[in-house]
Design a binder for this molecule. Structure first.
Ligand SMILES: NC(=O)c1ccc[n+]([C@@H]2O[C@H](COP(=O)([O-])OP(=O)(O)OC[C@H]3O[C@@H](n4cnc5c(N)ncnc54)[C@H](OP(=O)(O)O)[C@@H]3O)[C@@H](O)[C@H]2O)c1
Length: 271
């Protein structure tokens, strides 16, 4: 596994996403067995970085993640857990309540990273950050970040946070360069902020092409692994693919160790 260190925090370059674990926007108990199997599989393979949110299966993804961690007997300190507060809960008391609920569902007394999941239209973030800063001071949250923030909002969040903004979690993949075009990636790289790439394999619909296929063949890897390797070889970029399939879960983890040449990186960027 490769790691990124910014400020005083070290994070595995590839973590495990939990959107669809336990349901979509609502819990779906029928999915519990496959969801728990996927989480067990991820922990067995060696993932230590998990990404979740209060909205995922309306909190049930957090419950299942907490349960899988307990069932596997993994020490809390060995893990890096991110969760997120939703845009409807950005008032002072709501943020504190949301965080407490996430901690209870996960069965932990702190989050490694807590993000604002989405900006709120016309949103002002002063009172949100008053609450987030308190959570850090109280030790309930170790680090703060944001998600889906454009450059202007990212800079605003930096000015309101008492501790460094550790990440902006945004869509980024071979198929989606919108946060390169809007300047967020470059700003993150220049300012010690991690860009956490979500939907890194384009929700499984990665567009293939001859370059990607040839590079995959040369490394005896899948196109999905090359797509992940391309992301994590970029400075300050980390990613959080999700899968229910044990083979994909292992392949995604192993993708961190694939070493692409500078020429291959350029070819993929330009393909
Ligand atoms: N902050 C936000 O607003 C936001 C938004 C979206 C997502 N996220 C986070 O980012 C995580 C990742 O995004 P995502 O889950 O939407 O998309 P993703 O990881 O790009 O794609 C997941 C899909 O790709 C397939 N897949 C994964 N690895 C594969 C592999 N090696 N080979 C073939 N297929 C593979 C999976 O199918 P199988 O199960 O069949 O492998 C699954 O259907 C989420 O789980 C969530 O934690 C955050």
């Amino acid at each position: 596994m490769k790691y990124e260190t910014v400020h005083d925090v070290t994070i595995p370059k590839i973590g495990f996403g939990t959107w669809k674990i336990g349901g979509g926007s609502r819990p779906d108990p029928k999915l519990d067995p496959v969801s728990l199997a996927a989480l067990h599989s991820a922990l067995e393979v060696g993932y230590t970085h998990f990404d979740t949110a209060e909205t995922y299966a309306n909190g049930h993804a957090e419950e299942l993640l907490g349960r899988a961690i307990r069932e596997m007997g993994v020490r809390r300190e060995a893990l890096f857990i991110t969760s997120k507060v939703q845009p409807a809960h950005l008032k002072y008391e709501q943020v504190l309540k949301s965080c407490e609920a996430s901690l209870n569902r996960l069965g932990t007394d702190y989050l490694d990273l807590y993000l604002i999941h989405w900006p709120r239209a016309g949103g002002k973030y002063e009172e949100t950050f008053r609450a987030l800063n308190k959570l850090v001071r109280d030790g309930k949250v170790k680090h703060l970040g944001v998600s889906n923030f454009n450059l202007k909002l990212l800079k605003q969040s930096q000015s309101l946070s008492e501790t460094p903004i550790v990440t902006n979690q945004v869509p980024y993949s071979l198929s989606d360069r919108s946060y390169v075009k809007n300047g967020v990636l470059e700003y993150c790289q220049q300012n010690d902020i991690l860009l956490t790439a979500y939907e890194p394999v384009n929700t499984g619909n990665l567009r293939s092409n001859k370059t990607l296929e040839a590079i995959a063949k040369a490394h005896n890897a899948t196109i999905f692994q090359i797509a992940l390797a391309w992301l994590v070889q970029q400075p300050r970029v980390i990613t959080i693919p999700m899968s229910f399939n044990p083979q994909h879960i292992k392949e995604n983890f192993d993708a961190a160790d694939i070493v692409l040449t500078n020429e291959e990186l350029t070819q993929l960027t330009n393909a």
